[in-house]
Write a protein that binds this ligand. Structure first.
Ligand code: FEO
Length: 160
């Protein structure tokens, strides 16, 4: 397994661990009786699983084997909803940087298959960051108002 492919496998695991982090956020918000927020984050975790499986399938398609790594225990408590989404937004920025680093390495190695594969993730990360940045802005405006949070909770419950 080349260094680039090993890093692609690391990203497979990072996507799985991202889902795990978001599932723990969902549990935290469900514990606060905010089912819409919890639903939104569970859906996000499903997306992360789909991202992980894209890496998984790609690795097999190029004749490699995806290897599972240990997953760290995710943070289970947050001081506020704002903190949850700040953490998620920062996490997505890390994901974006990791994808860019992989892309750069693939360019340096003229690995066109990996470049083609990563193109989808470059676009996806723009969307992911935008989603969390948007929610964070709303939460900053809502502040600590339970009234506002309950209205937002109903909206987030609608995520497909
Ligand atoms: Fe798979 Fe949210 O990055």
């Amino acid at each position: 397994m080349s260094d680039l492919i090993k890093k692609m496998n690391d990203q497979f695991n990072f996507e799985l661990s991202s889902g795990y982090i978001y599932l723990a956020m969902a549990a935290h918000m469900k514990d606060q009786d905010m089912d819409g927020f919890a639903h939104f984050m569970s859906k996000q975790a499903e997306e992360e699983y789909e991202h992980a499986m894209k890496f998984y399938n790609f690795l097999f398609e190029i004749g490699e084997k995806a290897e599972y790594a240990e997953i760290e225990k995710p943070k289970s408590d947050y001081a506020s909803f704002k903190e949850v989404f700040e953490t998620a937004y920062e996490h997505e920025k890390v994901v974006s940087q990791r994808i860019r680093d992989l892309y750069k390495q693939a360019q340096e190695e003229n690995n066109y298959e990996v470049l083609e594969f990563l193109g989808w993730f470059i676009d996806e990360q723009v969307e992911e960051e935008d989603t969390f940045r948007g929610i964070l802005t709303r939460l900053e405006r809502i502040g600590e108002s339970w009234n506002g949070l309950y209205i937002f909770d109903r909206e987030l419950a609608a995520r497909q």
